[in-house]
Design a protein around this ligand. Structure first.
Ligand code: SAH
Length: 284
């Protein structure tokens, strides 16, 4: 600011007040900002895309909640940081859009920003408030893919992701989707299985799925998939999955497989395989 003030004085021989100089500075930078909504993947920097890493390193501002900012802490060297807490998504979105009018701003979102992430609310806030800002969404590895990779090849065919959080979606809608996705034969990945307030959603969901799918199908449960610490997984069946009910928490994703899926046991552990159908056409 000082520099700009002096420059104006010398070049234009016109004295401006601090306030005027600030307004000029704002005008000069206005429109130079950009908002990146960045999926940071399952929780370790090595699973970020190269572009996501690049954009974070070069941002003026990084906006996110504590959990996600902690996951990329090693990249936060000289950017300004705007921290917010879980449940304050709307405030965070407003702040990011406001900052992006003038600064290169990154809004971080866990996994992928399109999968129960921040992409939607950020665009909604910009649209509603008629803030014209350039937005680029960068994809990240979502929990379904991170967990599938830990389990082997459980997904491979058509699949559905269903969040069991009824904070923004009524439980009746979730129940209907569980029923129809199961009936239609989709592999089902369950997100947000439990929270302190919603202890029974996971159990209720499994009871619905069991009505429409054979109890012997493999089920994989993965906690902290691809995170540097705390990764654990369990391979079981639909009939037996509720034995692990107490183990399931908000850091867990669950993949319910199809009647064609199977478990391959080897000396290196259990891998779930959902065949795509090659065996019907080829010998191997
Ligand atoms: N946008 C995120 C999902 C947010 S919803 C994504 O694309 O992954 C939060 C839920 O995602 C959690 O309750 C959990 O079910 C799942 N989740 C996120 N990261 C996970 C991880 N590393 N391992 C297992 N589940 C995870």
């Amino acid at each position: 600011m000082e520099g700009l003030l002096l420059q104006l004085r010398n070049n234009d021989k016109k004295v401006v007040t601090e306030n005027e100089a600030e307004n000029i500075a704002n005008e000069k930078t206005k429109g130079k900002g950009k908002l990146y909504i960045v999926g940071i993947g399952p929780g370790s920097v090595e699973h970020l895309t190269v572009k996501a890493k690049d954009v974070i390193l070069n941002a003026d501002y990084v906006v996110g909640n504590d959990t996600y900012l902690d996951q990329i802490e090693s990249l936060l060297t000289n950017q300004e940081i705007y921290r917010s807490t879980m449940g304050k998504e709307v405030d965070r979105a407003k702040e990011a859009v406001r900052l992006a009018e003038n600064y290169v701003t990154v809004m971080v979102s866990g996994g992928d920003a399109n999968v129960y992430g921040m992409a939607g609310i950020v665009l909604e806030v910009a649209e509603k408030n008629e803030i014209s800002v350039e937005v680029e969404v960068l994809p990240g590895v979502t929990a379904m893919l991170a967990s599938a990779s830990v389990l082997g090849a459980p997904v491979v065919i058509d699949s559905a992701t269903i969040s069991l959080s009824d904070l923004l979606t009524p439980w009746e809608v979730i129940e209907k989707r569980l029923k129809l996705a199961t009936e239609a034969g989709f592999i089902i990945s369950l997100y947000n299985p439990k929270s302190r307030q919603r202890k029974s959603n996971f159990e209720n969901a499994i009871e619905i799925i069991k009505k429409y799918r054979d109890g012997s199908v493999p089920v994989g449960l993965v906690k902290n998939a691809l995170r540097p610490e705390g990764q654990e997984y369990i391979v079981t069946t639909l009939d037996e999955v509720l034995e692990y009910n107490d183990w399931v928490d908000m850091r867990t994703a669950i993949i319910i497989c199809s009647e064609d899926s199977r478990v391959w046991e080897s000396e290196f552990g259990s891998k779930i395989i959902t065949p795509r159908g090659y065996h019907k056409k080829y010998e191997y």
